[in-house]
Design a protein around this ligand. Structure first.
Ligand code: ZN
Ligand code: ZN
Length: 265
């Protein structure tokens, strides 16, 4: 915490933040920001699930933003605002339920910053698998699906991502659409081996994936969330028809001739 920020905060808040700084590591990206024109201190931090620092096994992640009053928090007032942003891997429903958990922890005044961060981490650890929709086909990723995780924590079905890789070609003029700042011709063409994430456009090395392997996954068919999609279902009316046809067949065999339509009466 810089001295500039420290001199502006009440003593209990300084103590709580110093304790946080001692616990958190650099990867947690703790950031303190005094909002000018108000008494608000904005505290943001990155939260990841506990996977023993094995980032390849981290499928979810988010940033937590807590806004507190620099004079009144923690003794007289609980946090004013809690926001989750840059959420990766979780679906809307889960973000809402985690937000509710965090808000419930702020019912009474008291130092709660670490408790909130810990609750987020615990939630992410319990939900460390992608349940969001694939951003290409919009079907949710289900457990049986073969999927791709980008370094920026975006998720796609392997086959969907394989098709994207297959057709993607960097085009300098169309690659970035923010013409207002640089003008349409000033963007350099990206290197051939660089691929932008289809969701956030973060550059990724193309060689992280093998197109052919991806395209072969699930034989190119997309899995929907609904059960039995594309599966032959023997309905009751079909079973009834089959029974009727069996009777008809037996009668035909017996008589060695065509049977009248009223055979069943
Ligand atoms: Zn997909
Ligand atoms: Zn991305």
């Amino acid at each position: 915490m810089s001295d500039l920020i420290r001199k502006d905060l009440n003593e209990s808040l300084v103590e709580e933040i110093e304790a946080l700084e001692a616990i958190l590591s650099e990867e947690d990206e703790l950031d303190l920001n005094l909002i000018s024109g108000s008494n608000n201190l904005q505290i943001t931090t990155r939260i990841t699930p506990l996977t023993a620092s094995d980032t390849s096994r981290q499928y979810v992640g988010l940033y937590l933003k807590i806004v507190v009053d620099k004079n009144l928090y923690p003794e007289e007032q609980s946090p004013k605002q809690i926001d989750l942003f840059q959420v990766r891997g979780l679906e809307e429903k889960q973000v809402r339920s985690l937000t509710k958990i965090l808000q419930d922890l702020c019912d009474d005044p008291g130092p709660v910053l670490y408790t909130l961060m810990d609750a987020c981490r615990e939630y992410l650890t319990e939900h460390n698998y992608p349940t969001c929709p694939c951003s290409i086909c919009q079907y949710h990723i289900v457990q049986e699906d073969s999927f791709v995780k980008t370094p920026c924590f975006h998720y796609f079905h392997s086959a969907c991502f394989g098709r994207y890789l297959n057709v993607f070609k960097p085009i300098s003029d169309e690659y970035e659409d923010d013409f207002s700042v640089h003008g349409p011709k000033s963007k350099p063409k990206k290197a051939e081996n660089v691929l932008p994430c289809p969701v956030c456009r973060e550059d990724m090395p193309k060689e992280l994936w093998n197109i052919q392997t991806l395209l072969k996954e699930q034989d190119g068919t997309l899995q929907s969330n609904e059960a039995n999609t594309g599966v032959f279902v023997k309905t009751r009316s079909l079973q009834k028809l089959q029974r009727k046809m069996t009777v008809l067949y037996e009668k035909q065999k017996e008589k060695g001739a065509l049977v009248q339509n009223n055979f069943s009466s």
